[in-house]
Design a protein around this ligand. Structure first.
Ligand code: ADP
Length: 906
């Protein structure tokens, strides 16, 4: 029977899922084959069917012919499993994988008649499997190559296995429980647990930066990321993740943050200092562009920081000549590395023409090259004007002086005596002052560390605060040797010398220096300031006690800001910072010039060292003002210098805040105004003296005229009578003037008394008008009485105010005009006004005419006599009555002067 004839078998073979080929066992010719076989063979049916099997498969013959023949001989099947085979398919060589069987077909007689080849191709599966294996290998390589720790975790995160075994768990591949307690830093355990819970509940990727305890026990940071692996039911089977060591990155981040905060802090101190001054402060780079401008300068320009910084002079509104001038000076500072000082006048946006004094100084970089130019500019207009006016008064007074010049000697001797007394008094005060401030310092600066050394026994004692400064634990005590070891090596000789000097019985026992220490706890190098005193007994040092203060931040801050240092050094004002406990933390060169103390003597000291006893109460007040948000500007008070002089200072104080806005200290600008004050007193004394001297002859002159007048009453001589009358008026005017001067000096020395009584102010006004009409008849004075208004005030002084206003109205208006006086009362106050139709006052003068010695400069007023004190005195008198003085005016039309007095309800 031929296989091909069996229809059923044919169909079976044809539809089989594997390749089938039936051969004749004797000829090895192919009799039957299905499509699957043809597909695997990659050859056409015609090439195979009815041919010797090895003809189409010549390329495989040498490998399998023997095996096939053997099947016919033995009747045993031959199996080949996933063998690789080089086959020519569709004319191309291909490497394929096949599993096949050579199966014998045996007839009834037990003879092998046919041979069946069953074949299955595995190429795709084998290749896939190989790819997977390669992936796995690559993964292994990755695990070994990465520096990260790779781990797997049980579904509940309790059991961890490290895949590379070199991470936190210390070289073990063993699954470990309790890894959290061991590897997560205690500070972060809560955070880690919360994140784990969230990841498990949400079946989400776990991802967290947290602190760890590293394999060597040191603390560190890790970035950990784990992915859940879910089974088909969507339940977590395990987690697979990596953790990288980010300790260094964190340390850098931290260092960066600290630096940024310090820079910020620095900027605030800087701002506090420069914003507290009315001086203009600025820094240019070498291309003449502004790199720093303080708020006073911005305000003057009317610009904001953003629009002004990085701009050149012209862009910030400087005129060409002015810009060129500063550019030349910047070049000069750069070339010479020396400061340049100058004076310049130009119009200010709102204040008119002003005079400025400026100094430009080089900012040097580490190599000592000029990298920028810093400057401060001070408005000296007032000072200049004052100096000019001063000179003018000096001339005026000179002429009066020449006339009297007597009895000066007598005064001079008493003066000498007074000076001597004063000197002795101050010496005693100074003594008291010193001991008091020493005591106070010890009390107020309680956070200073104190120490005591016994030079005899070598024992060393440190207070709790002192040990904190050195980073020594509470229960540890230093010895002299450990103390020595913790001095920074470069500073050791200096400290040893200072100690030796202090202990030398021939010296003054003073110990005072700044040096670096190496902290006991973390070996950090820090600057401290030490201060001490040795006590001697019979030429032997028996006790050495003192204090230490950590000044590191301060030093560091100072070193960091060359710009700040340059600005602070360039100003004439003392710039001092201090803590809220009044301990001084910075002290500039001007402070040294003004107060005489050097920086080393003041850092770490109490500010009370400078404050005279009678001004001590001001410190708490200043602090309270500042904490309540108030700024202190131009507060005038007194300070004591190192050599014991009392000087007048004007203080401007601003708070220094930390980034959270809390006040952590104060920055103070002190300007020495002693000279100015002294000049004022000298002038007042002089005026007072001159006025006194003038008064005596005037009084007698007045008496003589009076007597002459009585005699002349009966005389016929009209000329003489009117001449005498005029002389009388002149004497009166002169007396008023001199009284004015005397009042001023009394006022300034606080000797003016207000003597209150109840009187009718309208009656007073009428009296003053009567008197005024007598002396000047060129204007008509009008006043309507309305029926009496009672006030409680100093009658004479209010009278002089009214008289002054009326005489001004007459002086500064023209012949034939009218002066109107009015008095209106409400239930709270009474307002008196004096109106003239005279020359009037310009707006810019209006605010100044009440200032002492201020006179309007104009052609019209030049010939009108006066000293500019009438309105000043009037306003002082009224303000001592709690009233107000003001004026309205229009140039060319006239002025109205007002004053008000509160009505006292008895
Ligand atoms: P004095 O008149 O002695 O100069 P005052 O203090 O009384 O001093 O006045 C100050 C200045 O105010 C005067 O110099 C004058 O320029 C101006 N002044 C005062 N009163 C008037 C007024 N009624 N009209 C115009 N100017 C006046």
């Amino acid at each position: 029977m031929k296989f091909q004839d069996n229809e059923q078998l044919n169909t079976l073979v044809q539809n089989a899922p594997i390749g089938i080929c039936i051969l004749d066992a004797t000829t090895f010719k192919t009799e039957l084959l299905n499509d699957k076989f043809i597909e695997i063979a990659g050859k056409s049916r015609e090439e195979i069917v009815d041919r010797w099997y090895w003809e189409p498969f010549a390329e495989a013959r040498s490998y399998f012919e023997a095996d096939m023949s053997n099947v016919v001989k033995t009747g045993q099947a031959y199996f080949a499993n996933e063998v690789d085979l080089m086959l020519i398919r569709h004319g191309r060589e291909e490497k394929i994988f096949v599993t096949f069987v050579y199966a014998p077909i045996i007839d009834e007689l037990g003879k092998v008649t046919k041979l069946a080849v069953w074949v299955m191709e595995n190429t795709k599966q084998v290749n896939e499997r190989r790819a997977v294996a390669a992936d796995e290998q690559r993964l292994r390589a990755l695990v070994t190559a990465t520096s990260d720790v790779i781990y797997s975790l049980s579904a509940d995160w309790e059991v961890m296995r490290e895949l590379d075994g070199r991470g936190f768990l210390k070289n073990t591949h063993e699954p470990i429980t309790g890894w959290r307690e061991r590897n997560v830093h205690p500070d972060d355990i809560e955070r880690v647990n919360a994140a784990i819970l969230e990841a498990i509940q949400g079946k989400k990727i776990f991802q967290l930066e947290h602190q760890v305890i590293r394999a060597d026990g040191s603390p560190g940071w890790t970035f950990s990321r784990a992915v859940p692996i879910l089974n088909e039911q969507g339940e977590i089977m395990e987690w697979f993740g990596t953790a990288s060591d980010i300790t260094i990155r964190k340390e850098i981040e931290n260092a960066l943050r600290v630096t940024r905060e310090q820079a910020e802090q620095q900027r605030r101190i800087y701002e506090a200092i420069t914003s507290g001054t009315p001086d203009l402060m600025y820094v240019w780079d070498l291309d003449y562009r502004f790199t720093y401008v303080n708020s006073a300068l911005l305000a003057m320009w009317g610009k904001t920081w953003d629009t002004a910084i990085g701009k050149g002079l012209r862009e910030n509104g400087y005129e060409e000549w002015h810009a060129q001038m500063h550019e030349r000076e910047i070049d000069q500072v750069r070339a010479t590395k020396k400061p340049v000082r100058g004076e310049v006048a130009f119009p200010h946006a709102t204040l008119g023409r002003r005079i400025y004094d400026y100094i430009l100084i080089p900012v040097l970089n580490e190599e000592g090259e000029v990298e920028a130019v810093a400057g401060t500019t001070r408005d000296v207009t007032e000072r200049k004007q004052w100096e000019e006016r001063q000179a003018a008064y000096a001339d005026e007074l000179q002429s009066i002086n020449e006339e009297i010049a007597a009895s000066n000697e007598e005064l001079a001797t008493t003066n000498d005596e007074l000076i001597e007394l004063q000197r002795r008094n101050e010496a005693i005060n100074q003594e008291l002052e010193n001991s008091a401030s020493r005591l106070r310092m010890a009390i107020t600066s309680t956070h200073l560390g104190t120490w005591e050394y016994n030079p005899q026994s070598g024992e060393l004692y440190w207070s709790k605060e002192c040990r904190e400064v050195y980073g020594l634990a509470k229960d540890e005590y230093p010895t002299y040797d450990t103390f020595s070891e913790h001095i920074y090596p470069d500073d050791r000789t200096r400290v040893n010398e200072a100690i030796a000097r202090a202990l030398d019985p021939a010296g003054d026992g003073e110990y005072n220096l700044s040096y670096r220490i190496i902290r006991f706890d973390n070996a950090e190098v820090r600057w401290i300031k030490a201060h001490g005193n040795v006590f001697f007994d019979n030429g032997q040092a028996i006790r050495f006690i003192g204090t230490v203060l950590d000044i590191h931040e301060l030093k560091a801050a100072e070193e960091r800001t060359a710009k700040l240092a340059a600005i602070v050094a360039s100003t004439d004002d003392a710039i001092i910072s201090k803590t809220l406990e009044s301990v001084i933390t910075s002290w500039n060169a001007a402070a040294e010039r003004i107060f005489g103390y050097r920086e080393e003597e003041m850092i770490g000291e109490s500010i009370y060292k400078l404050i005279p006893e009678e001004h001590h109460h001001e410190e708490p007040w200043i602090l309270q003002q500042l904490t309540s948000g108030q700024r202190i500007q131009h507060f005038e008070t007194k300070r004591r210098t190192k050599d014991g002089r009392l000087i007048d200072v004007s203080l401007t104080i601003s708070p220094v805040r930390d980034p959270q806005g809390n006040i952590i200290g104060l920055s103070k600008i002190a300007r020495d105004i002693t000279e100015k004050k002294l000049d004022e007193t000298r002038k007042n004394d002089f005026i007072g003296m001159v006025s006194h001297e003038l008064k005596t002859p005037l009084t007698s002159l007045g008496a003589i005229i009076q007597a002459a007048n009585t005699k002349l009453k009966n005389s016929e001589d009209n000329f003489l009578a009117s001449a005498m009358n005029k002389a009388n008026q002149q004497v009166k005017r002169m007396t008023t003037m001199i009284n004015g001067f005397l009042n001023i000096s009394r006022l300034e020395s606080g000797k003016i008394h207000i003597d209150k009584q109840v009187f009718d102010i309208e009656t007073l006004i009428a009296e003053v008008i009567d008197e005024a009409s007598l002396t000047a008849t060129t204007q008509q004075i009008r006043f309507e009485k309305r029926g009496g208004t009672e006030v409680k005030a100093d009658r004479d002084k209010i009278g002089s105010v009214i008289s002054n206003l009326i005489s001004n109205a007459q002086k500064y208006s023209f012949k034939g005009t009218i002066v109107e006086v009015a008095c209106t009362a409400s239930n709270k106050q009474v307002i008196i006004s004096v109106k003239d139709s005279g020359m009037g006052i310009k707006q810019e003068d209006l605010s100044k005419i009440f200032d002492r010695y201020y006179r309007v400069e104009a052609d019209q007023t030049r010939h009108i006599a006066g000293f500019g004190i009438g309105l000043y005195l009037s306003s002082e008198i009224i303000s001592r009555h709690n009233g107000k003085v003001w004026a309205e005016s229009e140039p060319g039309k006239g002025s109205i002067f007002y004053f008000s007095l509160p009505l006292e309800t008895k």
